[in-house]
Ligand binder design. Structure first.
Ligand SMILES: C[S@@+](CC[C@H](N)C(=O)[O-])C[C@H]1O[C@@H](n2cnc3c(N)ncnc32)[C@H](O)[C@@H]1O
Length: 385
């Protein structure tokens, strides 16, 4: 057995999987929050390092594990034996620990702690001594039950609990937002997007196999999205109509820890003229949240501005992709895919037709909850041709 197990956060399993698809392509779904990426290059190769660095762009990826195996849930001693049999053939020499995690609801009759102790006892040998503090290898397992308290709709459900195990990939590290929260930045406004959502939008606008040369945000505000792109070394083309924002975002970008060689260009201009501003470019991704005042989004203007941006994006790069976040009514969270939600003040079917008329197809749409009475629709569009 080979490949990597990718474990997502419970916040939005559907968007976790969409993010992994956008970054690395097709994966097998084992559980709403767990996917198996099979085509892994050899761990010692440069391709493998590149794969991990690509995965580190994901906002909703919690854990990366070298795939061991998976099974239905049965008696604890049988499960422990399964893990031990696999370890016999696959665990390299060196100290180890066994760590378990519940994903979703606990599974009746299986104690995480009990399985850690039982499997650890069976694996233990002279070549594999236990070291709980600083093990050379961390054997991990996930007891995967039903996704609990799901706020967001998902077509994949966990119909029966499973156990998944493997060796933790130590070279993977999750993004760390400490010190990068909107209020930590020199220029702050309440419109600022929180970094995890901003990073999610950047990764959703990726396509597998393509390394973006530029991330473009024509409604940059305080720079939530472009900061997340630039700290990953993606060059950014940044603009806003409001001179206060265009000035403030510069300060934020100077303050952010951006790797050397990453191009940052900031302009004050309307989204309607970004193709004149930036000219023709290759390998662009667009990520933006258009303006949504208290009532402004209910008027046609918000939608019209969004559509104008789609047209501009095609002029800059006809092979680009877009991730955006549009205001939607809370009814969009009711998880009924047949419902024609109101998005930007219009029925969603009408909005998709208008998007299509601008030369784009919606390849993903999923609501995220903002608060009780407000949701936003995260959408990804690819050029129709
Ligand atoms: C929702 S905010 C974006 C917030 C941003 N993502 C952040 O993290 O701060 C929308 C932005 O669009 C800008 N805006 C409004 N109309 C515009 C237009 N016609 N062209 C460009 N920017 C515009 C506003 O000044 C505002 O900064």
């Amino acid at each position: 057995m080979s490949g990597l197990i990718l474990v997502g956060s419970g916040w939005h399993p559907l968007l976790f999987r969409a993010e992994i698809n956008a970054l690395v392509g097709t994966v097998d779904v084992l559980h709403p929050r767990v996917v198996h990426f099979q085509n892994t290059p050899p761990p010692s190769s440069q391709e493998y390092t590149n794969l991990l660095s690509r995965l580190s762009r994901a906002a909703l990826l919690d854990d990366v594990v070298q795939f061991g195996g998976f099974s239905d849930i049965s008696e604890l001693d049988i499960l422990a034996q399964n893990i031990a049999n696999w370890a016999d053939d696959n665990l390299p020499a060196g100290s180890f620990s066994v760590r378990g995690r519940y994903l979703g609801s606990a599974v009746e009759g299986i104690s995480r702690r009990g399985l850690e102790i039982e499997a650890g006892g069976l694996i233990y040998s002279e070549t594999n001594p236990v070291d709980l503090e600083n093990p050379e290898h961390e054997v991990v397992f996930f007891i995967c039950g039903a996704v609990d308290g799901a706020t967001h709709g998902d077509s994949v459900i966990c119909d029966k609990p499973i156990l998944i195990w493997g060796i933790r990939e130590k070279s993977f590290s999750r993004p760390n937002y400490i010190g990068r929260q909107p209020m930590d930045r020199p220029f702050f406004k309440p419109v600022s997007l929180e970094p995890r959502l901003a990073r999610l939008m950047v990764s959703l606008s990726h396509r597998p196999e393509i390394e973006p040369d530029f991330a473009i945000d024509p409604f940059c505000g305080t720079g939530g999205i472009v900061i997340e792109a630039a700290v990953q070394g993606i060059s950014v083309l940044v603009s806003d109509l409001d001179p206060v924002m265009a000035h403030g975002v510069k300060k934020n970008l100077e303050w952010a820890e951006i790797p050397e060689g990453t191009l940052v260009e900031v302009a004050r201009c309307s989204t309607r003229s970004i193709s004149e501003q930036w000219g023709s470019r290759k390998n662009c991704i667009f990520a933006f949240d258009p303006p949504y005042g208290r009532n402004a989004w209910k008027s046609d203007d918000g939608l019209e501005l969004f559509l104008a941006t789609l047209t501009q994006a095609l002029l800059i790069d006809p092979h680009s992709s877009i991730c955006s976040m549009l205001p939607a009514g809370a009814e969009s969270l009711e998880n009924d895919p047949s419902q024609n939600y109101i998005v930007m003040g219009r029925p969603w079917s009408e909005v998709t037709e208008k998007i299509h008329a601008c030369g784009w197809d919606v390849v993903l749409n999923s609501p995220v909850k903002v608060h009780k009475s407000l949701a936003r629709m995260v959408i990804v569009c690819h050029p129709s041709n």
